[in-house]
Structures are given as C-alpha cells and as structure tokens.
Design a protein around this ligand. Structure first.
Ligand code: MCN
Ligand code: CUN
Length: 796
C-alpha cells in the first residue's frame, strides 16, 4: 500500500491553495518601495517638460538652489559631465535621462531636485526657469514620414528621418502568388490605440550609495532586477558586485516596470553625489504621462481566400508609433516584438509582414502591456481580420475558424512566419465555448430580436500566444540570453527556501512555486518560503514579463527540485542500507522496492544531509538550476462575448462572456482563474472605455483617471470560465504553459467582434477601439466606419 503523501493536502500541483502573499497584503503589511525609509534619506522630484517638442535655450536653476532644504539640483548639463545625460535603451536606442538639447515629448524629464522632503523638492522644481523655443510637433506615424517632417532625433548620427526600422518577415513572393490565385481578397485597416498599464503603484526607487563600502543598493519597482543590475554596471560604470538591486513588493507591473526610467538613474547619481539615500516616488500624473505606453499601432491587412472559406495567405503591414525614444524591451532579433505570431493558430500556407517603426513627439511607447511583445496587437488584428473575411464570404464566424485551425494531429506545426507551435486542441476549445454560449440558440434569438429592432451581437476571439522567451538560441535582450533560474535550499528540518530569477508583482509566485516543490518532493507547500527580487541572493534571471515565469523560472523550480531528489535518493539508500538502484520514489518518500514498508521520508533525508551523510558525500541539501527552454509554450484560448447595442445611444452591454483557456497543466487553478479574470477586465476596458490621445500640439490628453478610465467591479461584466481543456506542454517539466496575459491578449477582439456583429447589415465594417457610445452611435447613424484614436474635441 502506497504511503505517498496526498498531493492536494500538501498544496501540490492542482491545489487551489490560498495565496500566501495575501496574508500581508490584506492586512496592509506589504513592503512596497515607498514603505522603505532609510536613515538620512532625501527625496527627489522631477521637473517635466510642458511642451512636446522644443529646443532648450537655457535652464536657470538658481532660485531652486536657494530654497532651504534643497540639497541638489540636477540638470542635463550636469548629467553630461558624468556621461549620463543619455542612457542606452533595451532596444539598442538611446534615451535622454535629463534633456540637454531639446525636449521631445510632453512630460519629458528636464531637471531633478533633491531635498529634505518631497514637498520642498516639488516647490523647488517649480522655481526652475526653462526657456523653450517651440518646434513643430509630430503625433502620428503618418506625420512622421511626411515630406519635410522635422527630424525628432537630430541628436543621432545617421538618422536623417523619423524612421526607426523597416522590418519584414515571411515569404513575399509566395504570398503574392497565393493572392493571385485567390477567389476573394478581404481587407481591413485598424488602429490599436495607445493604452497604459497604470498599475496602482507608480514607479520609484531609493538609491543608497555607501562610500565606506563602495556598495550601491537600490530598492526599486522593477520586474527584472538582474537586468537593471547589469545596466547600472554598464551605464554608471560601477562594478557589478558592488551593486545590489532589490525589488520589494510590487503593486502591479503589467509591463510598466520593465523599462529603465530616467528617475531611477537620477536617484542613483544623486545618492552617489550626496552620499545619502535618495528616494524618488513618481506621482500618478508622472506615471501616466511619461512611462510605459503600449500599442499605438496602425494595422493594415489583406487575406487571400478560397470561396469556401479556406485561408490561402495573409499580408500585413504595421506602422508603430514608438514615441521619442525606442525604449521598449523585446527580443533583439524582432523589431516589432512578436507581431509575427499572428495567425499561428490557423493553418495558413504563406504570409508576409512588413513593419515600420517611427519616432513621434510622444512619451516612449510600444512597451508591452499585458502582452508578450506585441502579441496583443497581433491577435487583435488576426481575429478582426478573420471576422471581416467571414462577413465578406457570408460564412459563419465559428465555422471559418474551425475549418482553418491547425488540427490536433498537425503538431508540431510551423507557422507561416516561422514559429513552431507544438500542442493544442483548438477545435475542442471552440466547441466547448460554443456550447457554453449556446450558439445556435443565440443566433435564433438574435434574428428574432433584430425583427423587433433590437441589436444583439456575438463576437468570437481565439488566440494562441508565444509565452516563455526564450530559448536562448533565438531570444536575447541586449545580447543577454533569455533563460531563468531557481535555487533551492532544504534545511535540516525539512523546511526550505526557494529563490528564482523571476519577480512576482501580484501573480502569486510565492504561492505557486512552493506548489511545484511540493509536487516534486512531497515537502508541504507551507514548508517552502519563496523569495524573489534581491540580486544579492536570487540566482541570475531575466525577470517577469511576457508570462515567462511559469514556462521558464517555473520549469527551473521543477528541475532544481529534481536535483535535490536525486541527492536525497543517495541519502535514502545510505539510510536504508541498500543500493540506490533498489530505491523507489513515491511522493514524499523513498522505499525499498522489495520491501515497500521500509522507507524514509524526504524530511528524514534532509536531516541526514546535515547529520548522517555517507562517506565522501558533500554535506547539505541545496542546488541551483538554470533552465533554457527548448521552445516557447503555446497556450490557447477562445473567448465568446454576446452584447446588446442600444441604437439610440450607442451604449453596449455585455450579456454573457465565456472563456475557455487551455494553459496546459494548472499549478493553482484559483490563481489561473484570477489571472484570466484580470486579463478579461483589462480587455473589456480597452475595448470599451480606455484610450490616451494627443492633440496637435502633442498635449497628452488622458493622463489622469478622470479621462483614462479604469473599470471597477461596478461596470465590469461577469465572466464564465471553463477549464476542461488541458493540453500539457510537451517540453515543460510539469506540462504547464503561461497564462498571465492570455485574456488581455485575446479578449479585446471578442468584445469588438460582438459589437460589429450586432451592427452587421448596417454597412459598418470597423469601429476602432475604444468603442465609446458616441463612436458606436456615429457608426449606426451615418452607416460609416469610425477610425483612429478618438479626436480631442475643440471645446475641451
Ligand atoms: N500559473 C499556474 N498554472 C499555469 C500557468 C500559470 O498556476 N499553467 C500561475 C503561475 O504560477 C503564476 C501566475 O499563474 O502564479 C501567472 O503565471 P505566468 O503565466 O507564468 O505569468 P508570470 O508569472 O510571468 O506573470 C507575468 C504576467 C504579465 S507579463 C503581466 S503584464 C501581468 C500578469 O502576469 N501582470 C500582472 N498578471 C498580473 N497579475 C497581477 N496581479 N499583477 C500584475 O502586474
Ligand atoms: Cu507584456 S506586459 Mo508583461 O510582459 O510584464
């Protein structure tokens, strides 16, 4: 009879274990960057540019220096004497730390004041006089490439225009041939508006340089502490072993905390100069106006189709507005992120994608926001395009998807843009979703409602997302290969500490990683403490974004646990006085194959590792694993939304939403559901209410929560989640795939498709997000498309 421990009872794989981190969060005992107070700490505030594009004629900071309590005023010229006026970005561009020659977007960092408290610092910022000479402003990719457009990046050699890159992938000639043979060609043009991750906690840092030890410690809000350590070593020319980056609790990242921001750099320099800790905590407007914008992409596409609905080829062009500096993080091989993951779920023979990135007088953009490097835009375009094609052909929306999906027996499958997808049950997910929404019945109700003047609509969105960069063959950031790590120390009493190179920001790693250890070793999850984010103690890793933690760091956790188990097996053989070959494992226990009643627990092995190891064996029970995944993981999802649109007002309400997510094996089903609900909420927000736009002078409209709307529980619809489809990842040690972004990626198209379906027959082909009531009303009333970012009304 098995004496294995009960996996669910010990909080192993598949247990909906309560989140251990919530214990401190809901008691108000989290430890965020702003909670940290160091002796002698000073405060930094940033002066931002009011203009979007202007030459700086002079900066007079003398009045600021005179204010009592001010310790330092930093300007671009002072940064320049230390070679720090500019810094490299994660995409091989440069970014101004503090402006010297020009300001290039509204909200750009111009000067910093370090003072006894933040209020003095803020007042002193206002005492700085900057003489600007306004320059013509560019706020779109179209303006950026127009004849005679001012060159924004005149600081760069070999930059005669505003084009950052022209990139292409796929088979141009093959695609052309396929289009020539098509029965029908469908076309669609879209704009995915600028959006912002807007986590509850803004960005911030506390730099603490100690002259006596030469050690620089920086507490900061970063999703990738080790990358920051390397960057600080290179940019500030400090020895890497003298730099310690600590990411304490993070109040939401969502991609906002991946890039390196000028505020971090300034607080570090200020601390070195003043030899005191310097804290910088961004305010909400600063966060919303200057950091981490996402999307802002114009998408244009064509689909070659056979009359029966078979997709023969796809052609795509994207124009991406990156703002003034190309500073988003993405694997260096791919200029437009993983946009070419579009159509990966469909069996399409050929495709071709061209992408152009341009500078504009907006804050740096293109940073992913709950999106594995532009996959959000890719999947949105894909699902809008498929719907447009179905409408053009008069084919059912579900049917066109089902007939073009990669079939279960076609894996591994090479996508037309070169990715290798390896597993999934796409048709089954769609069937489950159609059944849950009661598809046929809804179609009947819809027709009946239509006859009475009511507009009902149903939108389908499917997506497969490349999660878990890298493998290191293909994925690197600034040449640093993308792998991850885990370090596990089992103490003599069988309790353990686990550290990884990832960095949780609310995803629940402290809970789920312990579950993987429990699954591999039978040590109860509550006996494993998880720590992340301190570069002095955590093993090197690339951090948490692109839902890569489970695919990469999570795999490393399984692998390091297996290394521990291998050593424990030797200890068990020693304790049981048999040879290792005669030992069997069941969860939590080794036993003698011929006498299963004779065994030792993993905890007994742990004691032995410190008190009774065999001759010649190294003491201790600890190890480290670095994991370089063989492939990305490819979760799949189907989201179906039904809506009712009020033709009189353009207001639309969600009737029902069903989500079928297949992310392989779920470590913690409750946490996975939380991730999906969070993503769906963001998808709803993007499709329904959120946008940040700019007027012709480059004024950022929407940099406050009056204009940039975050949905609350009040307006967010309910979601029905389905978890019955599980296709384990074939190469991940526990079969898991990433999930953190799926719903935010796949969700928006479901909402938009639903509204467009409600409007079918009115001649309207597209309304760009957000589908604000006035835009929907305009489309219905005037029978026309409503495109582009919502305009700023002149009376505003
Ligand atoms: N998980 C699981 N089983 C799986 C997959 C994941 O139990 N098969 C669990 C994981 O163990 C982890 C969580 O779900 O606790 C998310 O895992 P994963 O998909 O690996 O994503 P990451 O941990 O790498 O998180 C990153 C992802 C990204 S890129 C954004 S953006 C985002 C997101 O997570 N930001 C978030 N979700 C967020 N959730 C919160 N609360 N806060 C953020 O800032
Ligand atoms: Cu893409 S936003 Mo998340 O990768 O941190």
């Amino acid at each position: 009879m098995s004496q294995a421990v009960d996996e669910i009872k010990i909080g192993g794989l598949g247990a909906s274990r309560r989140r251990v981190e919530d214990n401190r969060f809901i008691r108000g005992k989290g430890n965020y960057t702003d909670d940290i107070v160091l002796p002698g700490m000073l405060h930094m505030e940033i002066l931002r540019s009011p203009l979007a594009h202007a030459r700086i004629k002079s900066i007079d900071a003398s009045k600021a220096w005179d204010i009592p309590g001010v310790h330092l005023v930093l300007t671009g010229d002072m940064m320049a004497t230390r070679n720090l006026a500019w810094m490299p970005t994660l995409s091989y561009d440069t970014q101004a730390v503090l402006a010297t020659d020009k300001v290039r977007f509204q909200g750009q960092e111009v000067a910093c004041v370090i003072a006894d408290d933040p209020y003095i610092a803020k007042d002193a910022c206002e005492a700085i006089v900057v003489d600007y000479e306004p320059l013509p402003v560019i706020v779109s990719p179209m303006q950026a490439v127009a004849e005679g457009a001012p060159v924004i990046r005149d600081d760069k050699e070999n930059q005669p225009d505003n084009v950052i890159y022209d990139w292409e992938v796929g088979d141009r000639d093959g695609t052309e041939r396929a289009f020539a043979a098509a029965d029908v060609v469908s076309k669609l043009e879209l704009h995915y508006p600028r959006s912002h991750p807007s986590p509850i906690e803004c960005c911030g840092s506390i730099a603490d340089f100690n002259r006596a030890t030469s050690k620089l410690t920086v507490y900061m809000t970063t999703q990738a502490p080790h990358i920051i350590r390397a960057a600080v070593a290179m940019v500030a020319e400090l020895p890497e072993h003298m730099i310690r980056i600590v990411s304490p609790d993070i109040g939401g990242g969502f991609g906002n905390k991946v890039p390196i921001y000028p505020g971090y750099v300034c607080s570090i320099l200020a601390s070195i100069l003043l030899e005191r800790p310097v804290k910088w905590i961004e305010d909400k407007s600063g966060n919303l106006i200057s950091t981490g914008f996402a999307r802002d992409v114009y998408l244009k596409g064509e689909m070659a189709l056979r009359k029966d609905g078979k997709i023969l080829a796809v052609r795509m062009h994207t124009d991406a507005d990156h703002g003034a500096f190309f500073s988003d993080a993405q694997p260096s091989k791919f200029k437009i992120g993983l946009m070419h993951s579009a159509f990966a779920a469909y069996d399409i023979p050929v495709a071709h994608l061209t992408a152009r990135g341009t500078y504009s007088n907006k804050a740096p953009g293109g940073v992913a926001y709950r999106c594995s490097f532009r996959v959000t835009e890719a999947m949105f375009f894909q699902e809008r395009m498929v719907q447009a094609a179905a409408d053009d052909l008069g084919i059912d929306q579900a049917q066109i998807r089902a007939m073009n999906f990669v079939r279960d027996d076609q894996f591994p499958h090479r996508t037309p843009f070169g990715f290798l997808t390896d597993s999934g049950q796409y048709g089954k997910c769609l069937d489950v979703a159609l059944k849950a929404i009661d598809y046929e019945n809804f179609r009947r109700e819809q027709a009946e409602a239509r006859s009475r003047g009511r507009l009902l609509g149903l939108g389908i969105s499917t997506m497969t997302e490349p999660l878990g960069a890298g493998n290191s063959r293909e994925y690197d950031i600034l040449g640093i290969k993308m792998f991850d790590s885990a370090d596990l120390k089992v103490h003599m009493t069988g309790k353990a500490i686990l550290r990884t190179g990832a960095k949780t920001q609310g995803q629940g790693h402290e809970t789920t990683w312990a579950q993987i250890v429990a699954h591999e070793l039978g040590i109860p999850a509550e006996d494993v403490v998880v720590e992340e984010g301190d570069t002095d103690t955590a093993p090197f890793g690339m951090g948490t974004y692109a839902s890569r933690s489970t695919p990469v760091a999570g795999a490393a956790v399984a692998m390091v646990s297996r290394k521990i188990r291998a050593k424990a097996r030797k200890l068990a053989a020693h304790l049981l006085e048999v040879s290792e070959e005669d030992i069997e494992w069941e969860l939590g226990r080794f036993y003698v194959r011929s006498a299963p009643g004779r065994g030792v627990t993993i905890q007994e092995c742990a004691i032995a590792a410190y008190s009774n190891m065999p001759d010649g064996m190294e003491p201790g029970l600890e190890n480290t694993a670095y994991y370089d995944p063989p492939n990305l993981t490819w979760p799949f999802a189907v989201y179906i939304v039904t809506v009712e649109v009020d033709p009189q007002t353009g207001v639309w309400d969600v009737l029902k939403l069903v989500a079928v997510d297949d992310c392989g094996v779920r470590i913690n089903p409750m946490i996975v559901e939380g991730q999906i609900m969070g993503g769906l909420t963001e998808a709803y927000a993007m499709s329904n209410m959120q946008f940040i736009t700019f007027d012709a002078e480059g004024n950022c409209v929407g940099a406050n929560y009056m204009d940039y709307l975050l949905p609350t529980a009040w307006e967010t619809p309910g979601f029905e989640l389905h978890s019955e489809v599980v296709t384990p990842c074939p190469h991940h040690p526990i079969g898991a795939k990433g999930i953190g972004e799926c719903a935010a990626v796949g969700g928006p198209a479901a909402f938009v498709n639903a509204v467009m379906d409600a409007l079918s027959g009115t001649g309207v082909r597209n309304i760009d997000m957000p589908l604000l009531p006035d835009r929907v009303w305009e489309a219905i009333t005037y029978h026309r498309d409503v495109s582009g970012a919502p305009p700023v009304r002149s009376d505003d």
